[in-house]
Write a protein that binds this ligand. Structure first.
Ligand SMILES: Cc1ncc(COP(=O)(O)O)c(C=O)c1O
Length: 439
């Protein structure tokens, strides 16, 4: 890296050459990254609690992944699987079919981004059922393409000014227990939010017109909202009663993020399809739909896929990721990390009134910040001040939620104790900072 490259110079140049809508949350420019530590172009170190939005579960520049990418790049980088097929796609598909909680024989289609995976899941569901409507949830996020933006719930920044939207998408309330849309309390509520789906069908869309229900088992951008144990069991039953496919969007919650390979496994529900992306290939653009074979094979040849889907370098990285999970017992590490984080977060909650809720599964954990624990007034400005403080002091941290008041953790699952402690120390300083007690 040339000495003349600085964060400020790059920031200035970017203003003239990059679209302002293509924005970044932090002002440092990355020079290198390893495990859960990032170094910027000026040599400053940052602990990474964001993992490039949940992409780096196996850690930055994992040696096995780097080696796999290098070796595959030296062999060949592209032929287009739909023209000339090659082995890594087949082997990775086999591994994903075995890992995914889809019951019975399953098959895979590979594409490039999370949004593309969701789009393909919708296409497959519509083709297979011959129905058009899609059920999505309040607070959900499924992407930025026209269809997935239409399915996404939050208006600003994702939908504002970008209409008209795709049709036949219906949003239903989600099991957001901390802010129950029905004003009820779990468990006395009897998960009325799940039962409500049957009522929703009366006034909004006929169930026999619904192709699929698509759900993030732990809502990512929506605020790491984590439903109670009965919720998905009830939803799945309603789907089965009405011939509706159950699609688990595991783009953020999958690939070990919650301590299970796919988050829906925590609820013991078997989806008809799952979507995977992000951590599937440690940063190489790759996504997948894993679906019951009879469902995905309804689609005619050439109806799904694309030029880059199943790119050989991305699939080699994906295979290395699967190997790292096995060889380093990463699911177990994730569970332990989750337990450790939860204790630390619950301790923080005792100390700081602003932390209204601690929730999530495994290390996919979040803190919802509120100005008052009674009124639950969202503390979005404070969350913004916290992430800014952390960034300026060496910790990359993400917020989420409709009010931007939820702090989430998506750090690499391989984070070392030392990295974790460094990051937690900055986060705690950050809480003192926003509470007005300067560190
Ligand atoms: C649950 C979920 N679905 C879909 C997407 C879209 O993925 P991509 O940005 O790769 O298109 C995301 C991205 O954050 C996501 O979290």
């Amino acid at each position: 890296m040339s000495d003349s490259v600085t964060n400020d110079k790059l920031a200035e140049k970017r203003q003239s050459v990059l679209a302002s809508g293509f924005a970044s949350g932090n002002s440092c420019y990355v020079a290198s990254a390893k495990s859960a530590t990032i170094v910027d172009v000026e040599g400053r170190e940052y602990i990474d609690f964001s993992g490039g939005i949940g992409v780096m579960n196996v850690g930055h520049s994992h040696p096995r992944v780097v080696q796999a990418i290098r070796e595959q790049a030296e062999r060949f980088t592209h032929t287009c699987f739909m023209v000339l097929p090659y082995e890594p796609v087949v082997t990775l598909a086999d591994k994903l079919c075995n890992a995914a909680p889809v019951p019975g024989p399953a098959s895979v289609v590979f594409i490039n981004s999370g949004a593309e995976a969701v789009e393909n899941a919708v296409k497959i569901a519509r083709y297979h059922t011959g129905r058009q409507a899609i059920l999505a949830f309040n607070n959900c996020f499924h992407g930025r393409t026209l269809l997935t933006m239409s399915m996404t719930s939050k208006v600003k920044p994702y939908k504002f000014g970008f209409g008209p939207f795709a049709s036949e998408i219906y949003h239903v309330p989600y099991a957001y227990c901390y802010r129950c849309p029905f004003g009820l309390k779990y468990p006395d509520c009897g998960t009325a939010c799940a039962d409500y789906l049957n009522e929703y069908f009366i006034g909004n869309v006929a169930p026999e017109n619904v192709a699929a229900l698509i759900v993030e088992p732990v809502q990512g951008e929506g605020g790491f909202i984590t439903p109670p144990p009965e919720y998905f069991v009830k939803l799945k039953k309603i789907c089965e009663e009405n011939g509706i496919l159950f699609v688990s969007d595991e783009i953020q919650s999958g690939m070990g993020r919650t301590g299970k390979m796919f988050a829906i496994e925590h609820w013991n529900v078997k989806p008809d399809m799952v979507t995977a992306a992000k951590s599937i290939a440690a940063g190489m653009p790759l996504s997948a739909v894993v679906a019951k074979k009879n469902i995905i094979d309804s689609v005619h040849a050439g109806g799904i896929g694309g030029t880059y889907g199943g790119n050989p370098v991305a699939c080699a990285a994906g295979l290395a990721v699967m190997e790292v999970f096995e060889q380093e017992n990463l699911l177990e590490r994730a569970r332990k990390l989750g337990e450790k984080l939860r204790v630390r977060f619950e301790d923080l909650q005792k100390e700081y009134e602003i932390i209204g809720d601690v929730r999530g599964k495994g290390p996919m954990l979040a803190l919802e910040l509120v100005r008052d624990r009674e009124t639950k007034e969202p503390a979005g400005t404070e969350a913004k001040a916290l992430t800014k403080y952390c960034s300026e002091n060496g910790l990359i941290l993400l917020s989420c939620g409709n009010f931007g008041n939820v702090i989430r953790t998506l750090m690499p699952l391989v984070i070392t104790d030392e990295e974790l402690e460094k990051g937690m120390a900055i986060l705690e300083d950050g809480f003192r900072h926003i509470a007005g007690i300067h560190p």
